[in-house]
Design a protein around this ligand. Structure first.
Ligand code: FES
Length: 111
């Protein structure tokens, strides 16, 4: 049995301000990651959900990027664009607790 039911990885990559690609940190990823850690703890998910930082997930143009891996989400995971704390809360409540993908926040991935 895996140690966690879900992992959620937040891109916390930061590029220089003059880089035209921008980065998730420039779009608020640091605060969103911190909010996810606190919200998961408050929801009693310690030990069940691991909230991690990741480098660039190569989906920079779609906003602050996060990917959830859980037994039902393998092998490719569920990729989200999370722009607000409310978006993070919806993923925690609906996906990590409820087991349902939040389609409105799902990224459009190539191939
Ligand atoms: S900088 Fe976050 S996905 Fe590339």
């Amino acid at each position: 049995m895996p140690p966690f039911q879900h992992h959620i990885f937040f891109c916390t990559n930061e590029r220089s301000a003059d880089d035209p690609k921008g980065s998730c940190v420039q779009r608020g990823a640091t605060a969103l990651h911190a909010h996810a850690k606190e919200a998961c703890f408050k929801a009693g998910l310690k030990g069940a959900v691991r909230v991690n930082k990741a480098g660039c997930l190569d989906t920079c143009a779609q906003g602050p990027a996060a990917v959830v891996y859980g037994e039902k989400d393998l092998p490719s995971g569920v990729w989200y664009a999370l722009n607000t704390k409310e978006d993070v809360d919806d993923v925690i409540q609906q996906h990590l607790i409820g087991g349902n993908v939040v389609e409105r926040l799902r990224m459009k991935l190539k191939g």
